[in-house]
Design a binder for this molecule. Structure first.
Ligand code: HEC
Length: 202
């Protein structure tokens, strides 16, 4: 009995000792080691600054050597892109609709009028996408806002990959069209099928 007890005692002491050793290794050493931060002056590097120019031939880590307009939404000739830099397909719009529902609708609303649930609960209200100013805005403008943020809205560059930001931007333009279309904008076959069901549609 006594032997068992003392064995337990020795084990407890050994365990505590091991724990103490492990905890002793927890420190701020890694964080506190000498290093230069971003934008910091340093006599060790060229130009006296920690921010060094990129060596020639460096390419974006994410997608390799891709068109900067695709990543930024900026037209190399100035202003924002007025056309999608990728092919417009039904799949792209459906993807955009799905992603819009996930990322944007909470504030901008599913219909783009700016009264999503976060706004109903106190987040600042964005302008409706159906205002003339935003109806006139290019697809690159929407992409730019989604990428860099806009005023009180944070950017999504780190959360949504560029293809999806384009899909969302294309969908926003389609959403605008859908809410501001005339009967005469509809293709003949769609109009016909609508008219044949009109009695049942309110
Ligand atoms: C948390 C709420 C919130 C979310 C989520 C959000 N936005 Fe916004 N957005 C805003 C607000 C608020 C503004 C207006 C900001 C201001 O004027 O300071 C805005 C502005 C914009 C504008 C510019 C409108 C103008 O008046 O010129 C665009 C375009 C836009 N958002 C697109 C998007 C897209 C696309 C998404 C999804 C990827 C998104 N937003 C997600 C709140 C949000």
């Amino acid at each position: 009995m006594n032997r068992t007890r003392s064995l337990l005692h020795v084990r407890t002491v050994a365990a505590l000792l091991a724990l103490a050793l492990v905890l002793a290794a927890c420190g701020q050493n890694m964080a506190d080691q000498p290093r230069v931060g971003a934008y910091q002056a340093t006599p060790f590097l060229e130009g006296g600054t920690s921010m060094q120019p990129l060596p020639d031939g460096v390419v974006a880590r994410e997608f390799g050597d891709v068109d900067p307009a695709f990543l930024t939404g900026q037209d190399p000739d100035g202003g924002q892109l007025t056309e999608l830099p990728i092919e417009l397909t039904t799949e792209l719009l459906l993807r955009g609709q799905e992603r819009y529902g996930i990322y944007c609708a909470v504030c901008h609303g599913y219909d783009g009028r700016g009264d999503g649930v976060a706004v109903q609960r106190g987040f600042p209200q964005p302008a409706s996408f159906h205002e003339q100013r935003l109806l006139d805005a290019s697809v690159g403008y929407v992409f730019g806002a989604a990428t860099n943020g806009f005023g009180r809205m944070y950017g999504y560059a780190s959360r949504i990959p560029p293809e999806d930001r384009w899909a969302i931007s294309a969908y926003v333009k389609a959403l605008q069209l859908s809410q501001n279309a005339e009967r005469s904008d509809l293709p003949a076959d769609v109009l016909e099928s609508l008219e044949s069901t009109e009695g049942s549609v309110r």
